[in-house]
Design a protein around this ligand. Structure first.
Ligand code: UDX
Length: 473
């Protein structure tokens, strides 16, 4: 098959993109693929068997190579992210090398190119920062390799600072230093770093971050799913500290429309679109959208506290209750008393078309775990947030959302999450003067995102720099 060509008949340069197989990582990588494709590059998604998208649903112009990963389903379904990431890197390095050396075909149903051939047609590899082994393999084989950080620039600064934070005694985290400010990373407190408190898990995590950072330092550049208007200082810091080209091209979902990217098709769970019809029946600006992303699990009693908090807010709500949202349970039901209390104003789905929901005029606020994609999606629609972070980067992101950008309210948790805490945060955001200021600021944020991503905006220019960089590599 002849390589795809542009309008002048010139062969398009091909980029191989390697998402980490988690929804929160797949979505931005596929949006990046769409953005690069729209600017004239040919794209091939190299995906693990785990959570591979259905190739029949890919838009025209996309190629997909699925590589064997040898991951046991229990590990893929577990929340042991470091073990999963280490196993993926170990098991997928060889098939990835085979692609780059031409021993494995780049297109379904085609013969492999043959030793040394495929490397010549691949202009560049873009891999999630967690794919440290493929990044190293590409570099060794002489193929330019860029890393994509799907979370914030501030989170990548935590990765960079990690050894120093250990040396200085901030880490491993102890009960006594949770509220200590991290002088190197304002405005974060030690509790926002979210790292394991037990020594063994701390060591594994430190090892993982060490490899990630080493991979990025040796790569040809770092792509960030953020934008200068909110994280300019962090982006500059990363530029200085890594001495590599840095491309802040986010929010990626806003740069390339959903229709152009196979995001829906890559959903790990089937979308329940009936919620859009339900939203059509609700008053403008009335509904709370509640979702804790694709990974987080909460205890059964926390689930009930959230439910009673929503009930107590007296507002309509649309809640994504996906399998295993409640730890260890595939499904969960609300008690009859609560169903009675919220009859007609509560809608629960297993998975929602989140971006469409956030764009719906009936939605007034987003009760969220503060995942980075959810945060960016909320900002680009001007939907103010009620944040209940559960771990990982969500704690740091919540600090920025509530204390720096001031576009959301944190649910206060003393010893444990309570219904009163959920209700109070919703009321503060929706009914108080302070909440009004936050809601206004989020509306302004929506304009900022729009300026950044339209032609000539900072993210649009960063994307063009990235495309030029790939074309010249
Ligand atoms: C996790 C981390 O929380 C996140 O910060 C990190 O960058 C990646 O890993 P996740 O917890 O799934 O991701 O949250 P988030 O980053 O918000 O991503 C969830 C994605 O799933 C979003 O793009 C969201 O639009 C989508 N989603 C979620 C749906 O499409 N439907 C749903 O019902 C819920």
């Amino acid at each position: 098959m002849a390589p795809p060509s542009d309008r002048n008949g010139c062969a398009r340069r091909r980029v191989l993109l390697l998402p980490l197989p988690y929804q929160g990582h797949i979505n931005p990588m596929l949006r990046l693929a769409a953005a690069l494709h729209a600017r004239g590059l040919a794209v091939t998604i190299v995906h693990t068997e785990t959570r591979a998208p259905d190739r029949r649903n890919l838009p025209a112009g996309y190629e997909l190579v699925v590589v064997p990963d040898g991951i046991p389903p229990e590990l893929a379904a577990s929340n042991d992210i470091p073990s999963f990431v280490f196993a993926l890197n170990r098991n997928c390095e060889a098939p990835f090398r085979d692609i780059l050396t031409g021993r494995r075909a780049l297109r379904e149903g085609e013969e492999a190119a043959g030793e040394g051939e495929a490397g010549r047609v691949v202009a560049c590899v873009v891999a999630d920062v967690d794919w440290f082994a493929p990044l190293a393999a590409a570099r060794e084989l002489g193929v330019p390799a860029l890393a994509l950080m799907t979370s914030s620039a501030a989170r990548f600064r935590v990765y960079l600072a990690y050894p120093r934070l250990c040396e200085k005694g901030y880490l491993p985290v102890q009960e006594s230093n949770l509220d200590t400010p991290v002088d190197e990373l304002p405005p974060l407190l030690v509790r926002d770093l979210h790292v394991a408190m037990d020594t063994a898990r701390h060591a594994t995590y430190a090892d993982l971050l060490d490899r990630i950072v080493a991979g990025v330092r040796q790569s040809s550049g770092l792509i960030l799913n953020t934008f200068d208007a909110i994280e300019r200082a962090d982006v500059e810091h990363i530029r200085r500290e890594t001495s590599t080209p840095v491309f802040p091209v986010g929010p990626l979902h806003a740069l390339s429309p959903a229709a152009a990217a196979p995001v829906q098709q890559s959903s790990v769970l089937p979308e329940d679109r009936s919620c859009l019809e339900w939203l059509n029946t609700q008053l403008p600006g009335s509904v709370l959208f509640v979702s804790f992303g694709s990974l987080v699990s909460i205890d059964a009693d926390e689930f009930l506290e959230v439910a009673w908090g929503l009930a107590g807010s007296n507002r309509p709500f649309l809640w994504v209750v996906r399998p295993r949202l409640v730890r260890g349970r595939d499904s969960v039901e609300l008690p009859g008393e609560l169903l009675e209390e919220t009859r007609g104003r509560g809608k629960i789905v297993g998975w929602a078309p989140q971006e469409e929901v956030l764009s719906h005029p009936a939605v007034s606020a987003f009760v969220t775990h503060g995942g980075w994609n959810s945060t960016l999606e909320s900002m680009s629609r001007g939907v103010p947030m009620v944040c209940k972070p559960c771990g990982g980067d969500q704690l740091g992101t919540t600090r920025y959302v509530c204390d720096v950008w001031k576009v959301g309210i944190r649910v206060e948790v003393e010893d444990k999450l309570t219904r009163e805490g959920i209700k109070a945060a919703i009321e503060r955001l929706m009914d108080s003067k302070e909440g009004g200021v936050i809601r206004d600021r989020m509306r302004e944020m929506c304009d900022v995102v729009s300026k950044c991503t339209t032609k000539g905006g900072c993210s649009d220019l960063a994307l063009q720099n990235l495309v030029d960089f790939i074309n010249l590599s």
